[in-house]
Structures are given as C-alpha cells and as structure tokens.
Design a protein around this ligand. Sequence first.
Ligand SMILES: Nc1ncnc2c1ncn2[C@@H]1O[C@H](COP(=O)(O)OP(=O)(O)OP(=O)(O)O)[C@@H](O)[C@H]1O
Length: 244
Amino acid sequence: MSAPAAAEAPQAIFRTERLTKIYGAGTKAEVRALDGVDLVLPEAELVVLLGPSGSGKSTLLNILGGLDHATGGRAWFRDMDLTAMTDQKLTRYRRDHVGFVFQFYNLVASLTARENVELVTDIAADPMPAAEALALVGLTGPLDHFPAQMSGGEQQRVAIARAIAKRPEVLLCDEPTGALDSRTGVEVLAALDAVNDRFGTTILVITHNSDIRRMAHRVIRFQDGQVIDVERNASRISAKEVQW
Ligand SMILES: Nc1ncnc2c1ncn2[C@@H]1O[C@H](COP(=O)(O)OP(=O)(O)OP(=O)(O)O)[C@@H](O)[C@H]1O
C-alpha cells in the first residue's frame, strides 16, 4: 500500500530552527529574548501565542514578520529563508505577504475609515475594494467616519481591514484586543476569525487574555525565550464565547 499523499498534509507556512535573538550579547545586560526556538506552523491556522511579559512573543512575531533580524538560528516563510534576507528583501517580503495589527490601531487621524484602507489598496498588486475589506470585519455603516468618531473596536477593525485588503497570506497581531473592553474585543476577535475562515489566512495572535486560546487551532506557550508547549485544540469556541 502506498503512503498517504504528502499533498494532503497542510504545508508549513513558517518554520524555525534554533531561532535566537540576543540583545547586548557579551555584555552584563545580555538578554536572550529568543533562546533556540523550533517551530513548525501549518498554513491557514489561527494560532495564539501566550506567555508572561518578556517571554519573547513579540520578538518572534517581529522576526517572522520581517521587522527584525535574528541573531542566530533560521526562520523560513514557506521556502524563503527570512534570516538570510537583506533589509530590502525583507521589506518586499512584508509588502507582498504580511499584514500587521498592533494594540494601538495606528490609523491616520485625518483620513476616514475608507481612506485609511485605501492607503493600502492604492499600492497593492491585487487588493480587494476597501468597502469589501471593511464589510468583512463587520463595518458597513461608518465608512466615512474619522478615527476620532469611532469606538476602539471599530478603529481596530478598520486596522484589520487595512491589513487584509492586500490579501496577505499571514496576519500578525500583537495584542489586538489589549486596549479594548469585552464587547468591542469580541467584535475584533470575530473579525479575525472571519478572515481566517473566509480566506484561510494564517493568523498569529499574541494575547494576555488566555481564554482566547480556546478560539485557536493551535496554542503556543512561551517562557524565558523558549517555547514550552504547543497544543492543538480538538474543538474551538466562537469569539462571543470568550471570557474576559
Ligand atoms: N530593543 C531591545 N533591547 C533590549 N532588550 C529588548 C529589546 N526588545 C525586547 N527586549 C527584551 O527581550 C525580551 C523579550 O521581549 P518581548 O517583547 O519579545 O516579550 P513579550 O513576551 O512580547 O512581552 P510582552 O508580553 O510584555 O509584550 C524582554 O526581556 C525584553 O525586555
């Protein structure tokens, strides 16, 4: 009997080998922000990264997103070795493949919701219309409102719409609900879930709300710059069931 077809196994979108980031190497102030991380992340999953403050979550996200360089080990996006890339190539990688969502939405205050998304759709190769990206995150009404006229949850959903409008393969989210109350936080999580479900976008979410782990396909726990546990959820809850 032949072996199961390899094509049926989900492809790894990210892979790391002994990935290391040391700040102040050789000095008294040396910090091992990442200390030999080995990971394989299949595509199309919603992945939650948990761990105490300072355990290395943002450092990993920044290296996978091409915002920062490792000091040792390797990291791949598909077959692209991120750790071997020049800054110029990393910029291109980010532009072509990655969307970012941060805790503070980083919207342009003088532009409307629609215009904030159009900033990206104007320069992307195959963007979705701004209104479509905004509808996907549940924003159909206030497209011509300015950030100051929107709730925190609405602003964060505009930031997600902006990140997904260029149809990235991965969406990297650092504390996307960190500044939100439970009601608006749920709306943001539902938007992320919808993007994962609709487009199969791989989504990595750093959070300090550990209940969000129950929404994830996969949960990665960090401590002291190391991955101490990777767990795949047998079943998942919806965004509105998350406890705050
Ligand atoms: N630019 C820097 N220079 C020196 N040390 C840094 C720098 N950036 C991060 N660190 C250190 O690296 C370690 C990992 O930081 P990182 O931000 O990745 O942790 P984290 O798990 O994301 O924390 P948090 O949950 O608080 O955001 C911490 O000890 C942090 O102080």
